[in-house]
Design a protein around this ligand. Structure first.
Ligand code: SIN
Ligand code: FE2
Length: 205
């Protein structure tokens, strides 16, 4: 698919689903994820309430999103290794910038990429991305591997979410008036890949 033929689906003002946007790069993105996970292995972090998340996570970039008994936050050090997070690959940065621009957010420069790994049975409950210092930048979310049902909610947790099936290569971008929308992922089902990955690009600081 040429980029001029890209399938752009508007979810609401400030939020778009770019179907297949990362299709051409999926294999190399998966290679990069493997390389990053060699340096900063996936781990099931613990929520402030003391529950281990079903989604395993790692990060690349200057800042990584972490959670433990002390709370949700960004840090420049991987608490498991005591070292900085692996650098964000140029191809990641470039994909995020292009996707944001296609969605109408020019000049997106993420300093953080959270990498989520959902084995079948894993899910992520409705939440807002609000640990960033500045909500002016959008969120760019790339799906790879197994399909997933993305829950696209509203401004309140109790707003009934839309259920959007995301395939490998799909990218969702939200910002501006949609920046603080509740969202999540329903339980991932078994399928033709071992797991679902999600790359979430953010400007954390
Ligand atoms: C997230 O909101 O952190 C993950 C979204 C997704 O996996 O698609
Ligand atoms: Fe999120």
């Amino acid at each position: 698919m040429r980029s001029s033929e890209q399938n752009i689906e508007s979810l609401e003002p400030g939020a778009v689903l770019l179907r297949g946007f990362a299709n051409g790069e999926a294999a190399s993105l998966l290679d990069e994820i493997e390389r990053i996970a060699d340096a900063a292995p996936f781990r099931n972090m613990v929520t402030p309430g003391g529950f281990a998340m079903s989604v395993a996570m790692t990060n690349c970039g200057a800042f990584g999103w972490i959670t433990d008994r002390k709370g949700y936050r960004y840090g420049d050090i991987d608490p498991d290794s005591g070292k900085t997070w692996p650098a964000m690959p140029e191809a990641f940065r470039d994909l995020a910038r292009r996707a944001a621009e296609t969605a109408g957010f020019v000049g997106f420069a993420p300093d953080s990429c959270l990498i989520n790994r959902y084995v079948p049975g894993a899910k992520m409950s409705l939440h807002q991305d609000k640990d960033e210092t500045d909500f002016a930048a959008p969120i760019v979310s790339v799906s790879l591997g197994l399909p997933g049902i993305f829950l696209w909610g509203g401004a309140k947790r109790s707003d009934r979410p839309r259920r959007l099936r995301l395939e490998s290569g799909d990218v969702v971008v939200w910002g501006g008036p949609a920046r603080l929308r509740f969202h999540g992922v329903d339980t991932v089902a078994e399928g033709e890949a071992p797991c679902r990955y999600n790359l979430t690009f953010r400007k954390a600081k």
